[in-house]
Design a binder for this molecule. Structure first.
Ligand code: FMN
Length: 312
């Protein structure tokens, strides 16, 4: 299976819709950027739920909602409401490394506390009828933290466990701890989804060769920087129709254009994607920095398309 990674601000509805409209069913599903639990109930009318409301996800990559937090009652209530609107799986974020999240003992800040993880899983698996999956790192301070978590995770019927083999303090860079992951896989009784640094077909092949036991892969930055990468992986072929990228940009701009945000925020959003794409699918394109200096949304779009059309 190929899964689109949750990336706050990047793989929300506009990206998922534009991707699906351009490329079809290349990803099996996506995990949504996290919905943060608050003290007190989140209602389904809450803005935070907008991204996973089924009516907003028509014609989109199928999505599994992800939740960040460990407030047990609020988590159970939200999961039950997500079930009511049709979701059969909810993913728990045990990987977010941002200091303000970790300080509140959320995301990867929970990894040093196996008992707390167990309490939340106990509540979720007994008080909801939804499959629970987890997305985690190897630890927050040390990769060894996962070895105390495995017996806890093994007590519960989890749908799967996505592992980004880094620790929280490393954020998103540095070498992946593949040796540690190798020790973890046979100990964990759940299906493991690999996540981290798959930016090219060669990266995918390398991980596929190193871990033949893994069948499922989650891709984040690599798919934003090169939206053709998932197709290349599916076909096991690096050559691809680059004209699809122009259609993708047009679809993405259409979706960003619908957002109820100021014009400048739309331009900034598009520039954020382009900032990643110019180091991925548009690497080596002439004048690729130009759109970053423009301010009007339409101008940014046209400049990006002109660059991509010259490449084709
Ligand atoms: C800007 C940004 C936002 C992210 N937001 C989330 C999130 O909401 N939930 C989550 O579990 N992971 C989040 N992540 C982590 C990614 O899902 C993924 O684990 C990480 O980027 C490593 O995979 P990759 O190398 O394929 O990108 C985020 C990462 C980035 C760079």
């Amino acid at each position: 299976m190929l899964v689109l990674a949750p990336m706050q601000g990047l793989t929300g509805l506009p990206f998922r819709k534009a991707f699906h409209r351009t490329f079809g069913d290349v990803f099996d599903y996506a995990v949504s950027p996290f919905i943060s639990l608050t003290h007190g109930n989140l209602t389904l009318a809450d803005k935070k739920i907008y991204d996973v409301q089924p009516e907003n996800n028509v014609g989109c990559i199928p999505v599994v909602p992800q939740v960040l937090g460990s407030e047990t009652q609020e988590f159970v209530d939200l999961t039950n409401r997500l079930h009511e609107i049709g979701y059969t799986e909810v993913n728990w974020n045990l990987g977010c490394p941002m200091p303000r999240v970790v300080r509140k003992v959320r995301g990867s800040g929970l990894l040093p506390y196996p008992e707390r993880v167990g309490e939340v899983l106990e509540a979720l698996t007994t008080k909801t009828e939804v499959g629970i999956s987890a997305k985690m790192r190897l630890g927050y301070h040390s990769e060894n933290e996962i070895f105390d978590l495995i017996p806890v995770l093994n007590q519960f019927p989890l749908a799967n466990v996505t592992i980004h083999p880094r620790i929280g303090t490393e954020l998103y860079s540095g070498e992946l701890h593949l040796d540690c992951l190798r020790k973890v896989i046979p100990l964990l009784k759940h299906k493991v989804i690999f996540n981290g640094d798959i930016n090219t077909l060669a990266d995918f092949r390398k991980i596929n060769n190193l871990f033949p036991e893994i069948q499922d892969f989650m891709i984040g930055r690599g798919a934003v920087a090169d939206p053709l990468l998932p197709i290349k992986i599916r076909r096991n072929d690096d050559t691809c129709d680059n004209t699809l990228i122009v259609s993708f940009i047009q679809n993405l701009c259409e979706e960003i254009g619908k957002l109820r945000i100021p014009e400048r925020s739309k331009s900034n959003k598009l520039k954020e994607y382009w900032g990643m794409m110019r180091n991925g699918v548009a690497k080596g394109c002439q004048d690729s920095e130009k759109p970053l200096y423009l301010s009007h949304f339409k101008e940014v779009e046209e400049a990006i398309i002109a660059i991509l059309e010259k490449q084709n």
